[in-house]
Design a binder for this molecule. Structure first.
Ligand code: AFP
Length: 356
């Protein structure tokens, strides 16, 4: 048995050295790790404690809440409030942001999804928690507008995945690092330093049941993947869909691939299904720090300036060359080439080959 692994605490103290708020940021990430440990224990008890079912209530998105959505949200709120270093929070499960008088001088705002993929809870499939850490205003309590920072302003972000093992993956802008929970000692050990997503891939993740609602460039991209070795891609593709963004993106961090939750016209009022501030931005930061790319199809996700805390955004992230290729499908479509029945991407093989 290996006993000389680096713990999360040891790693943070070293990695965050030189960071403007090194000790507070270390404390905050350790606090998150403690909450994740508690959630991991809760989730592992499955149906035993009667917390895996649905509630009667809906969240601000109009989605039915699971009992665990509320329980996990409360665990994060209590931890952030008591830390004294968080000035305010916003969560998928709360209508509006919440300021903490206890964290009046706190340097951070935390935006989070306490339990991503919660519809997977009753069927015992992997789920996660996602967090994004932003700077708080100096010398005054935060206002709602203070949260509306683009992803490029994140100080740190990450996620926990509750799978066969529980992992915490984070970035503070110096690479993406993964830690695995030893539940016996409640310690996170460094198991995946400096994760790198391969630039190319033959695997994509999308909910194909929405195909008829997608925009043309995404329909065309998926069609070309499915055509495999008989189509313009000239190789076969594999498809995966867990239905929890954390699990799908985690797989991509481990072995490459591309994850898509694109804009669609199913519910025209929504720009996509996923939320910019506590799903797309934190996962993009993690992916980009591992050498991947996060895009709406038309711009970098982390460049989008949020108008609302619960704003939705189209999400395409993963292996950099594949995401660039999908952006190209969008550009061709937007430029009108696709409408004329001609696209440099599909018509000119030499150009296409350069993207491989
Ligand atoms: P929740 O956080 O509300 O459970 O939603 C999960 C999620 O937003 C994202 O994690 C998944 O990729 C996506 O929904 C799955 O949605 P569908 O499989 O229903 O399209």
């Amino acid at each position: 048995m290996r006993t000389s692994r680096t713990t999360l605490t040891e790693f943070l103290r070293n990695e965050l050295k030189g960071h403007a708020n090194a000790s507070d940021l270390t404390e905050l990430l350790e606090e998150i790790a403690r909450v994740v440990t508690r959630i991991s224990h809760l989730v592992a008890r499955g149906g035993i404690d009667d917390i895996t079912g649905k509630l009667q209530s809906e969240n601000v998105q109009g989605e039915v809440q699971m009992k665990l959505d509320v329980v996990t949200n409360d665990l994060f709120i209590d931890a952030f409030r008591q830390s004294g270093i968080v000035a305010g929070i916003a969560s998928e499960e709360m209508d509006s942001p919440l300021s903490f008088p206890e964290g009046r001088d706190g340097k951070f705002l935390v935006v989070f999804d306490p339990l991503d993929g919660s519809s997977n809870v009753p069927v015992n499939v992997s789920i996660g928690s996602i967090f994004s850490i932003l700077g708080a205003p100096n010398g005054r309590p935060p206002e709602d507008n203070d949260y509306l920072q683009p992803g490029s302003s994140q100080l740190a972000s990450g996620y926990a995945i509750y799978g066969p093992s529980t992992m915490l993956v984070y970035t503070a802008g110096h690479g993406t690092h993964g830690f695995t929970l030893d539940s016996a000692t409640e310690t996170f050990f460094l198991t995946h330093a400096n994760l790198r997503i391969p630039d190319t891939t033959s695997e994509f993740a999308i909910n194909s049941s929405n195909a008829r609602f997608w925009e043309v460039p995404v329909q065309q991209y998926v069609e070309d993947c499915i055509a495999g070795s008989e189509g313009v891609r000239e190789r076969d593709f594999n498809m995966r869909w867990v239905g929890s963004m954390v699990a799908d993106v985690h797989r991509i961090l481990m072995r490459g691939g591309v994850y898509l939750y694109p804009r669609d016209n199913k519910k025209p009022i929504k720009a996509g299904r996923l939320r910019l501030m506590y799903e797309a931005n934190p996962m993009s930061f993690v992916v980009e720090q591992a050498g991947g790319k996060g895009s709406t199809g038309r711009e970098q996700i982390m460049g989008v300036v949020p108008q609302l805390v619960h704003q939705r955004v189209p999400v395409i992230m993963g292996s950099s060359q594949e995401v660039s290729l999908i952006e190209r499908y969008h550009r061709d479509f937007d430029s009108g080439e696709a409408e004329k029945g001609y696209s440099p991407l599909f018509g000119e093989r030499s150009l296409f080959h350069k993207m491989q």
